[in-house]
Design a protein around this ligand. Sequence first.
Ligand code: NDP
Length: 397
Amino acid sequence: MERILIIGAGGVGTVVAHKVAQVPAVFDDIMLASRTRAKCEAIAAAVGGTKIKTAQVDADDVQQLVALFKSFRPAIVINVALPYQDLTIMDACLEAGVNYLDTANYEPPEVARFEYSWQWAYHDRFKRAGLTAILGCGFDPGVTGVFTAYAAKHHFDEIHYLDIVDCNAGDHGKPFATNFNPEINIREVTQKGKYWEQGKWVETEPHEIHRPLTYPEIGLRESYLIYHEELESLVKHFPSLRRARFWMTFGQEYLTHLRVIQNIGMASITPILYEGREIIPLQFLKAVLPDPGELGEHYSGKTSIGCRIKGVKNRREKTYYVYNNCTHQDAYRETGAQGVSYTTGVPAMIGAMLFMIGQWQKSGVFNVEEFDPDPFMEQLNLHGLPWHELHDVDLEV
Ligand code: NDP
């Protein structure tokens, strides 16, 4: 019997639980564990039946994790808690002999800085243990890496320019809310911009570079150059890239709120004293903002995320655009979660499934683009995230 353990009962965990339960031929024994067991139980009840077992675990505590892994004995852990828990869960995997998959790279709680170095440093230990670790298997990072690998494999001799474009044209009806964990999200979008050009990183002020881009079935949306984690692994694994950038759309209302939040100090992660106890302003802000997991019911519109690539094929310059559009209401009807959680949770399930059936297994720590993209692309079409491709079009970038 092949067991799977999901850690984290937030918006993404909700989607992963629904999706693994839809594939009983691969996942026949499922457990969902998180800090708050009641949240796991609510998700298990929404999935229905007795398909999902639940447990309480503090994923900051390696020994608690090891005890849980040894009693449930999963083949793989899907980590959809927060990036802060990546290393403790990887340590526990090594100690208990369990394979690993996540959707976001490690970030130390006390510094708003994410990079792969900490997790890549586990490569030799996973290799020696004969275990697989699949990093960044959500949408971005995740599908964007698979899209790039698929393009490089089938449509180019060399890829030179990569622009990842992420548009959320949805409307949740709230003046301000984030689409995934507010603390992680605000840390990500308020940092400086960064992109790769001619072999080095170029830094920009936050949101300094922006331009309108056209998204399929959506239209023109102002898109801002931000730094995103998959750029680090993609420029490493595709050294022919001369430039790699990431663009995300933001509305004016969102940016105004963000500016105010920063200006009044609420985005700070430096502890302050409040009524005699230490609090972190950004964590306090998270507590008063809408829960991203609750946005689904009134969310209209869709997301559109893809890769715009320029390179050469048969000595001829070629352009290629591969993307997925996901409708918030469809995601909500199927899983009770909005599109951003859905586009993250479905790829996590697919990565775990490919591991389970032996197609994505190798000893060590790997980013998604280091595996064969073909079976993943096939499964995206079958599990709710169909993709489309356009050849020799104006990429606008
Ligand atoms: P949420 O905040 O909704 O959920 C996180 C869950 O993790 C919560 O249930 C929380 O518990 C639990 N958790 C936090 N700390 C611990 C701990 N120490 N021990 C056990 N459980 C813990 O986040 P999301 O679901 O929105 O995001 C989940 C992950 O997905 C994040 O890492 C995020 O960065 C990533 N992500 C990746 C994307 C991609 O495309 N690659 C896109 C969007 C998100 P509690 O309920 O008690 O707070």
